[in-house]
Design a protein around this ligand. Structure first.
Ligand code: HEC
Ligand SMILES: [Cu+2]
Length: 350
């Protein structure tokens, strides 16, 4: 299991995923096809340009149509293109459809860092995955367009604000590779003298400095492919949010967005006023509110996506009967993505 990655080849980096070999094969096929055709066409062109150049005593003899020749050079490329399309489409479908038993990991991109949230609700700034297991990344951005890129996996996928995109891979070797954001632009550092305010990472395998550098180019992280045992150890180390659920008598949410919502519930301070047990606090408990009819100062409303969104961004618009208008607005403090996650969490509190 500890065999090294397939080494880098002529133009491509080492291979670390189940799709790398196919992708590289197609890349090199197109590459060498282009080289052969380029040389053949340019050589022929030069040869004829010299052979039929204008000279004294030579008269041009225009040729007419040559139907068989024209059909041949139309049909031949058609076969090549159909073959390339077939291989490309096959590869695309392989990469688009994640196996059903994939481990789902949430990827949150933001200016200028990555966050990875695991099925147990814990999170880390670097991506850890077990070897020989399909992993599905569900990716969202809280601000601008980013692009998740791991060269050795041959995986690159845009991460778009306001929606989820996904990518999957299965790592074939224990090892590590770089994670980069493939939106290369970004501002210069704000460090004194223009240099980067580096803080060396404490992980010796990470050659990149962590720091306050700004720009997509500064969104360096690392992928660590680990043995199943090491991966389990890592999951334990980042804290098991499922255990927190268990301690409140609930089962772990299958839905990782809900696990992320639980994190926000405490990180954003909602827990100061809202319980999840049914007991009212300064605000109504979240337990069982999803879908119910709520009495408010403007009449009865249904607790749904729009209502919850409004409650978070504009809490004074509708005041729940029996409670004071004391909830502060979280406009500008929670993103659309985070609102979705809070909603998933509220939904899970049956
Ligand atoms: C300072 C206390 C306080 C904090 C902090 C707070 N809320 Fe509230 N929240 C309230 C009160 C009081 C109400 C009921 C009055 C109202 O509708 O504005 C309420 C109502 C709500 C409702 C409507 C509930 C229902 O039963 O109709 C939602 C949803 C909600 N809050 C979400 C949140 C989220 C999400 C956070 C954290 C990001 C949060 N609240 C933080 C006090 C708070
Ligand atoms: Cu980026």
């Amino acid at each position: 299991m500890n065999e090294p990655n397939a080494p880098p080849t002529f133009q491509l980096p080492e291979q670390m995923s189940t799709v790398s070999a196919d992708i590289d094969w197609l890349y090199y096929f197109i590459y060498w096809l282009s080289v052969v055709l380029f040389v053949a066409i340019v050589t022929t062109m030069l040869y004829w340009a010299i052979k039929y150049r204008e000279r004294k005593g030579h008269k041009a003899e225009p040729t007419g149509h040559n139907l068989p020749l024209e059909i041949a050079w139309t049909i031949a490329p058609l076969f090549i293109l159909a073959f390339l399309f077939h291989k490309g489409f096959q590869g695309y479908m392989d990469m688009a459809i994640a196996p059903a038993d994939s481990i789902e990991i949430r990827v949150n991109a933001k200016q200028w860092s990555w966050e990875f949230v695991y099925p147990n609700g814990g999170s880390s700034p670097e991506l850890h995955v077990p070897v020989h297991k399909p992993v599905k990344l569900i990716m969202g951005s809280v601000d601008v367009l980013h692009s998740f890129y791991v060269p050795a996996l041959r995986v690159k996928r845009d991460v778009v604000p306001g929606m989820f995109t996904s990518a999957w891979f299965e790592a074939t070797h224990v090892g590590h590779d770089d994670i980069a954001c493939a939106e290369y632009c970004g501002g210069r550092s704000t460090g004194p003298g223009g240099e980067l305010p580096y803080e060396p990472s404490d992980d010796p395998r990470n050659p990149y400095p962590a720091g306050q550098a700004t720009g997509h180019w500064a969104m360096h992280s690392m992928l660590f492919v680990e043995t199943p045992e090491d991966y389990e150890k890592f999951l334990k180390g980042i804290g098991d949010k499922c255990e927190e659920f268990a301690s409140t008598g609930k089962t772990c949410p299958a839905d990782i967005a809900a696990a992320q919502g639980l994190r926000l519930y405490s990180n954003k301070g909602c827990l100061a006023c809202h319980t999840t047990t049914g007991a009212p606090g300064i605000g109504p408990s979240w337990k069982g509110i999803w879908g119910k009819d709520e009495a408010t100062n403007v009449g009865v409303v249904k607790v749904d996506e729009n209502y919850v969104r409004e409650s978070i961004l504009d809490p004074q618009a509708k005041i729940v009967t029996g409670f004071g208008p004391v909830m502060p607005t979280f406009r500008g403090q929670v993103s659309d993505l985070e609102i979705d996650e809070l909603m998933s969490y509220i939904k899970s509190l049956k």
